[in-house]
Design a protein around this ligand. Structure first.
Ligand code: R5P
Length: 293
């Protein structure tokens, strides 16, 4: 095991202005050597024209129940479909409330096992097996990981077993970086967490935005999508989205900042402008304001 002393010193060079050296001909970072099926599914997530994605996260119910804004999945989700690329949800929500002809990518939440009524959120299991992910035509399987928390080992075991199954059947794995209430939200932590997940085989990673985000992206050999997090005023959420894309994210996986907005449809449309059309945060907010008058 390498000597860990010296790891704290900021003496690293991330070459943030040098493009990924192994891009090859495929538009998704780190995927050039993958098989056709994997690439097809990654193309259902990351638009081949822009390389980016708008994911809509509505998997909150798996541990929070009917969270505000998602009381009626059957009403909310269809209204947002024109503005999103990928649906991130549980198998229960997908089968009951999402039209099977939506034409959208699917990020299937496969890890679960905790509830907000029991303060043990860092322990999960793989709750959906690979056969059901195949039946649902999932474009990736999302596994929550808890680096630096009590459930670290079991969550990385969940991730590794999902990667093993995914590689067998051509389904990418989305590694999700969780942050607990007592966990740091620093570039040091997110560099550690994203790199661990990529080296364990995750094909794409969901994490949070922070300072020096471009270094996190540079050091991570697979694409990063940024989590929305708790509800912010719309203008601030657009700034988060804009800074994330400027920092090298390949998209947003946003939940509450869309479905808890006063105008969820217009909010999703504005985020799409930032992700796929190069709008600044100010331009997107102007668009949002114009369309909600
Ligand atoms: C967290 O990683 C889970 O996937 C969440 O349920 C969800 O993605 C959170 O989305 P948001 O923080 O944007 O509401």
């Amino acid at each position: 095991m390498p000597d860990l002393q010296g790891q704290e010193k900021d003496q690293k060079n991330y070459h943030v202005n040098t493009p990924f050296a192994n891009q090859g001909t495929f538009h998704v970072k780190g995927a050039d050597s993958l098989d056709w099926g994997m690439k097809t599914r990654l193309s259902n997530i990351f638009d081949p024209k822009t390389g980016n994605t708008v994911m809509f996260a509505f998997d909150h119910g798996y541990f929070m129940g009917s969270v505000t804004g998602l009381e009626r999945l059957d009403i909310v989700i269809p209204s947002l479909l024109p503005h999103i690329d990928v649906l991130m949800g549980t198998r229960g929500a997908l089968r009951t409330c999402v039209p099977p002809n939506s034409g959208k990518g699917v990020a299937l939440r496969t890890s679960s096992g905790s509830s907000m009524l029991y303060d043990d959120l860092s322990h999960e299991v793989v709750a959906v097996d690979i056969e059901d992910a195949i039946r649902l035509n999932a474009d990736c399987m999302a596994v929550q990981t808890f680096i630096g928390a009590d459930g670290q080992l079991s969550s990385l075991d969940n991730l590794s077993r999902t990667v093993n199954d995914g590689m067998s059947y051509g389904i990418p794995t989305l590694g999700v970086v969780a942050v607990g209430k007592d966990m740091e939200r620093t570039d040091r932590f997110f560099k550690l967490a994203t790199r661990i997940l990529a080296e364990l085989g995750a094909n794409l990673i969901k994490t949070y935005y922070c300072d020096k985000f471009e270094e996190i992206v540079a050091a991570c050999p697979v694409p990063i999508v940024v989590a929305g997090g708790k509800k912010l005023p719309e203008a601030e959420a657009m700034t988060l989205a804009y800074h994330s894309m400027q920092g090298g994210a390949r998209g947003l996986d946003m939940g509450r900042n869309i479905f808890q907005s006063e105008h969820p449809v217009q909010m999703a449309a504005a985020i799409r402008k930032i992700v796929h059309e190069g709008f600044t945060d100010k331009e997107a907010f102007q668009f949002y304001t114009d369309t909600t008058r």
